[in-house]
Unconditional design. Structure first.
Length: 339
């Protein structure tokens, strides 16, 4: 049991790794608006100006640096009350470009981050894992208590990080793991390599949708809801979320159903062509636990994500959506050759 009342007022400063990424760029301004001071650690691979909402806010500290730099962590973690760990080489294809790099960032750097956080009095550590840790399951409802059967190094290291984090928990160090679904919708640091976003980009800018495979299932989550989960977790009673793991998704759809939805949301007459794929990763998860235990429910739909993207394209916020590599993690990783 926790020997102190750790209320929301205890958390004043939040350290966000990967705060200039797809989710982070939207989350950081929301944290600032909610009254938190925020420190962002990020390589800023997508430019220095992606955190649009928080620029010039005295409560925002931006640290341009590498998660693997232990001296940076030792310098900036003291005084932080919570860590939201988003930084990673995200998704299997990006990871597979350079497995050693992937491991160094996604796993090797995770251990000192947890240890240094704990040592410096961080009260809460919220980890963004992935629903890919389950592997391929036949169960119609993939719940948090099913065994993990990660199929790839990316998901294997995500699972190992979850274990390490839970083992580090103490009364004064409250840890929670979120297993998000595939995120969709507009962000100032845009990714156009995620299911809903890919299909919408094709529909709007090519006038047709190409589906690779189509039978694979994908649980999706609007990026606004993804951000909301982290804000929500900071306010939870620590006793309720200690060592807890939550799936956070919304609706599970086949890729071909999402394509249909994109077409209908954008007017209904966009042709859909299907081509074979060798990527048959199919995930479907249940998000009942977080609803039943904590009362969290997503408020935004896939259709809203599609319309938000349409607005962003129409406003000229996403130029060169097929050629600019900064929208595509794999292409960017190939171009920059991180070491």
């Amino acid at each position: 049991h926790l020997n102190r009342t750790d209320t929301m007022s205890d958390i004043k400063t939040v350290f966000v790794t990967g705060g200039a990424g797809y989710v982070g760029a939207l989350l950081v301004p929301k944290l600032l608006d909610a009254g938190y001071a925020v420190k962002v650690l990020d390589l800023y691979l997508y430019g220095d100006d992606v955190i649009l909402g928080g620029k010039g806010d005295p409560k925002l500290t931006e640290i341009k640096g590498d998660l693997r730099d232990v001296s940076l962590l030792e310098k900036h973690l003291p005084g932080c009350d919570a860590v939201i760990h988003l930084a990673c080489i995200s998704n299997d294809p990006s990871y597979e470009l350079d497995p050693n790099l992937g491991r160094s960032i996604n796993y090797d750097a995770f251990l000192p981050l947890v240890d240094i956080s704990k040592k410096n009095g961080v009260k809460r550590f919220i980890y963004a894992s992935s629903s890919s840790v389950y592997g391929l399951k036949d169960d119609p409802e993939v719940t948090e208590d099913l065994p993990l059967e990660p199929l790839t190094d990316y998901s294997k290291f995500k699972a190992m990080c979850e274990e390490y984090l839970n083992a580090a928990a103490t009364d004064d160090f409250v840890v929670t793991t979120i297993r998000p679904s595939t995120v969709c919708g507009y962000s100032p640091r845009m990714r156009l390599d995620l299911t809903v976003n890919i299909l919408t980009n094709h529909a709007i800018n090519k006038g047709q949708i190409t589906v690779f495979g189509g039978e694979q299932k994908r649980p999706n989550l609007h990026i606004e809801d993804m951000c909301e989960v982290y804000l929500f977790m900071l306010k939870q009673d620590p006793k309720k979320i200690q060592k807890k793991i939550y799936n956070v998704g919304y609706e599970n759809y086949k890729v071909k159903e999402i394509a249909q939805m994109v077409s209908e949301t954008l007017g209904g007459n966009i042709p859909i062509t299907t081509t074979p794929t060798n990527d048959n990763r199919s995930y479907h998860v249940s998000s009942r636990k977080i609803k039943e235990e904590l009362g969290f429910e997503p408020k935004h739909t896939i259709q809203e994500a599609i319309l938000d993207l349409k607005k962003a394209f129409e406003a000229g916020k996403l130029p060169n959506s097929f050629d600019d590599i900064s929208y595509y993690n794999v292409k960017l990783m190939q171009a920059i050759k991180l070491k």
